[in-house]
Design a protein around this ligand. Structure first.
Ligand SMILES: NC(=O)c1ccc[n+]([C@@H]2O[C@H](COP(=O)([O-])OP(=O)(O)OC[C@H]3O[C@@H](n4cnc5c(N)ncnc54)[C@H](O)[C@@H]3O)[C@@H](O)[C@H]2O)c1
Length: 438
């Protein structure tokens, strides 16, 4: 086992949180932190704010709050900024997203309205449904990266912050796979200068952040920071990165339920998932090329949890289908249905129906907060490159090349908490527990 970090630098001063994409998720996150700071609500769903961690033996009775165990920046120290391709300030954007009520928005209206987006770097071919007006102009993609880097430096100066983290909360882009231009730092830099068409808008933000040593998490399924050149640059620059695609609604349920069926050796012949969703994210995903990116991210989950090649009798014929339907009347209040066809003893079939009336951005906001705080912690502990211990938050977790991701929420939770124990030189918890019976 690797040695724990020699030191974790303290969190002195403010922490800047930069968000590329200031839509429903980003505004719900920022407004939620502002509201929580004023005691207008609690940051429910956030492990860093409400979670506890067991230390030592069960008989030791040590289970501190995580934020008392590892040195995380407090909510009071967060300052926010970001980019969007529309000029609306955060209050206008939050109202447009229609997630939070006036009870929460009115008391923080001034604070929210003061945050205005910096101009976005945007290539419409990657998100065809949006027609952004608040966009940067440049001759090359390399120039756009330089402009984004300057934005980061200006933000640091104007807010008086030394440390900044970024969480991509922008739209889902069309499906692309890594190509030669994504293979190495040198190839990518050349591609930026030559305006290579396979370099997506979100990748420019990731690149600018890495160059500025800003840890970067990716909340959408885009390749944003998930390609070999970015992994290489992150390691080279000593920057932690994580992704991809926030694990909220339906996939969260899937990664809670599927490990249970597998643990009990129940078979599954089919899992049909469909959603209705009416926010801007739903509108973007209504385009088949953008939906494809989301579909790939959502489909991988069951295969990796159930490992059909290892249990062909149980999962060899599993039919898995995922749909998202854009249905404007619902706004952000998504409804996700799952029909699960399972079978038991001697193959007798049974059915489970799940109807999750969830709120997409309410589930995503605490993830943004936890990722921002954990990435800042990771950087202060000199972690670099892909942070697999943050898989807990993602539908399609990034891993070392050739390593399959852990999707099971309970394994992910154990991995995350063991990483925190390891960081602080506390013994791992294996749940073996035979010492209680000696
Ligand atoms: N529960 C969830 O809400 C959830 C879960 C998983 C993933 N996600 C992903 O998180 C992202 C944000 O979701 P949302 O509901 O807030 O969507 P949204 O449409 O409300 O917000 C996205 C914002 O990004 C902006 N944008 C698009 N391209 C940009 C660019 N190149 N530069 C700067 N800004 C850009 C858009 O103008 C928009 O304001 C989406 O990719 C979505 O798929 C959301």
């Amino acid at each position: 086992m690797r040695e724990p970090p020699k030191q974790i630098r303290p969190h002195t001063g403010k922490l800047g949180v930069l968000l590329p994409g200031l839509g429903a998720v980003a505004t719900t996150f920022v407004a939620g932190v502002m509201a929580a700071r004023r005691g207008l609500g609690k940051p429910i769903g956030s492990m860093t704010q409400l979670g506890t961690i067991r230390l030592g033996k069960r008989t030791d009775d040590r289970a501190p709050l995580i934020r008392d165990f590892v040195p995380l920046a407090p909510l009071e120290d967060l300052v926010f900024g970001g980019w969007d391709i529309f000029p609306d300030n955060l209050l206008e954007s939050a109202k447009h997203a229609d997630v939070l009520s006036r009870d929460h928005l009115d008391p923080i209206a001034e604070e929210l309205a003061a945050i205005k987006p910096m101009k976005g770097a945007f290539f419409p071919e990657y998100v065809k449904r949006l027609h952004g007006t608040h966009v940067k102009e440049a001759k090359t993609k390399a120039e756009l990266v330089e402009q984004l880097r300057q934005d980061i430096r200006d933000f640091k100066k104007s807010e008086g912050v030394d440390r900044v983290v970024a969480v991509w909360c922008g739209s889902t882009e069309i499906y692309i796979e890594p190509t030669a231009v994504h293979e190495s730092v040198a190839a990518f830099e050349k591609g930026l200068l030559e305006n290579h068409p396979a370099i997506a808008s979100s990748q420019l933000y990731a690149w600018a952040c890495l160059k500025e040593r800003v840890p970067y998490a990716n909340g959408s399924p885009n390749l944003s920071v998930d390609f070999p050149a970015a992994w290489e640059l992150a390691r080279e620059m000593g920057v932690p990165i994580a992704g991809k695609d926030f694990k909220t609604g339906q996939t969260l349920m899937k990664t809670i339920l599927a490990p249970g069926f597998k643990a009990r050796n129940l078979g599954i012949s089919g899992w049909f998932s469909t959603n209705i969703l009416g926010n801007r994210d739903g509108e973007v995903l209504d385009d088949p090329d953008n939906f494809k990116t989301k579909e790939v991210s959502k489909l991988g989950v069951l295969e990796t949890i159930l490992q059909p090649e290892k249990s062909p009798d149980l999962y060899g014929n599993l039919y898995h289908k995922v749909r998202i339907e854009y249905y404007p009347p619902r706004g952000d209040a998504k409804e996700g249905w799952d029909n699960i066809d399972i079978f038991g003893w001697l193959g007798y079939p049974m059915q489970i129906k799940v109807d999750f009336l969830c709120r997409d951005s309410i589930l995503a906001a605490p993830i943004v907060l936890d990722l921002a705080l954990y990435l800042d912690l990771a950087q202060r502990a000199d972690f670099r490159g892909t942070q697999e211990w943050l898989s807990f938050y993602f539908k399609s977790p990034m891993t070392a090349p050739g390593l399959y991701p852990e999707h099971d929420l309970f394994i992910q939770s154990m991995k995350l908490k063991n990483t925190l124990r390891w960081m602080k030189s506390e013994p791992m918890i294996t749940h073996l527990g035979n010492e209680y019976y000696d």
